[in-house]
Design a protein around this ligand. Structure first.
Ligand code: MLT
Length: 399
């Protein structure tokens, strides 16, 4: 018997598990301290009232024989039509026409970002921006795939563009980006789409933060870009859009004409999901199905406004301290340069111990993240203000 030894090439713990363990250990050692978390991108606003009402109705359905639901409809890999229709409507408002069979409902983007790799040979070369959401790298390392990195640095505004000398088969893009908060405009995305089509590569496009986009020059879906249907798979989630981090519901879009080696990837994924997945729960799907209704959108916009307000508070605080940062606009993440040349984990400890604020060390997102630090706008406004007050006090007084 042999284990999958690729796991031994991973860092011992998932980034957010390491941060979480440090937070817990500090709290245990200092129970009297009020530690504020601006680390993992977990939401704090309650679900929208229309979502709650839809979920209550779904529970009621499950309580009666006449409306009870077991497994979801297998025609669309367990996605309910109400949700698929609402997603088609939301995409149509971005100018993207989809059929129900092109949308696969999931329990969130993270699972699909890893699971989608089942479709691709281990021999493929993967191109990942650095720094980046660690799931892209870790899942490929687990599979033993070769990973190349595209440098995202201050010099390119943390938005690497294709390098014609690099031959990639699978390309991950995340825009607005986790962790840097930088977002590609349409012309930049077009460059990636053209590059992928030229190489015959597949773009795995993580759109989890699309709802934070305010600037109309930025695309909210890769499928807004001409040529994307020939090379892209889009993976998205209700987690950040509608506060579903605990509810769990997401979706993956695979155009029904997208093929490689004469095989339709949509059909391969349907086959994979039918075998390894039994769908997101009826209750989650019914909650998600009203997110893009008129009332749902209005309520969700209110929550997004709240988080944007937090991002502005953090940006203002860093600006006043003369610290360099990106993000915070079109994104819930603020990517700051650590003060006084500190390394990422050094600043993590410094901030935790002296301001009782937890963030995420940039080096956890890749080599280029060293010396940077990520803060999130997803805390409560009260905690965000208090964290900024403490950061200001600490960094102002210790310059
Ligand atoms: C993050 O903090 O990067 C995200 O919350 C992680 C995730 O969405 O899984």
């Amino acid at each position: 018997m042999q284990i999958n030894r690729n796991f031994l090439s991973l860092k011992e713990n998932y980034l957010f598990a390491t941060v979480g363990a440090k937070f817990t250990a500090y709290r245990k050692a200092h129970p009297e301290k009020n530690v504020i978390k601006l680390s993992i991108g977990d939401v704090t606003r309650p679900l929208a009232p229309s979502v709650i009402a839809a979920m209550h109705r779904a529970v009621e359905d499950l309580a009666h024989a006449g409306t009870f639901k077991g497994y979801g409809p297998d025609q669309y890999c367990y996605g309910y039509e109400a949700l698929l229709d609402s997603l088609k409507g939301s995409y149509a408002r971005k100018g993207v026409k989809l059929s129900s069979g092109e949308i696969f409902i999931s329990d969130g983007a993270k699972s699909d970002l890893g699971n989608i790799l089942d479709l691709f040979s281990k021999e493929n070369t993967v191109l990942v921006p650095d720094p980046v959401y660690p799931v892209y790298v870790d899942t490929n390392v687990m599979a033993g795939r070769q990973v190349l990195f595209a440098d995202a640095t201050e010099a390119n505004g943390f938005l690497p563009l294709p390098d014609e000398s690099v031959k990639a088969d699978i390309i991950y893009l995340c825009s607005p980006n986790n962790p840097t908060g930088a977002a590609y405009d349409r012309a930049q995305l077009k460059a990636w789409v053209d590059y992928a089509n030229k190489l015959g590569a597949i773009i795995l496009y993580d759109a989890a933060y699309e709802y934070f986009i305010e600037d109309p020059a930025l695309a909210r879906s890769i499928f807004e870009i001409e040529g994307a249907r020939d090379c892209a798979i889009e993976i998205c989630s209700f987690s950040k859009t509608a506060g579903f981090t605990g509810v769990r519901c997401g979706y993956t879009v695979i155009p029904d004409t997208l093929e490689r080696e004469g095989v339709l990837l949509n059909r391969l994924w349907a086959r994979r999901q039918a075998t390894k997945f039994n769908g997101a729960s009826y209750i989650s799907q019914m909650g998600a199905s009203v997110v893009f209704s008129e009332q749902g959108e209005r309520e969700i916009a209110e929550n997004i406004r709240y988080y944007r307000g937090n991002a502005a508070i953090i940006a203002d605080c860093l600006g006043k301290l003369d610290l360099r940062y990106t993000g915070g606009k079109n994104s819930p993440y603020i990517w700051m340069k650590c003060p006084r040349g500190m390394k990422s984990w050094e600043f993590f400890d410094y901030l935790l111990e002296n301001a009782n604020v937890v963030g995420t060390p940039g080096s956890g997102f890749g080599r280029n993240g060293e010396g940077y630090f990520r803060l999130t706008a997803f805390a409560t406004e009260e905690n965000t203000r208090e964290a900024c007050r403490r950061i200001t006090e600490l960094l102002d007084h210790h310059e």
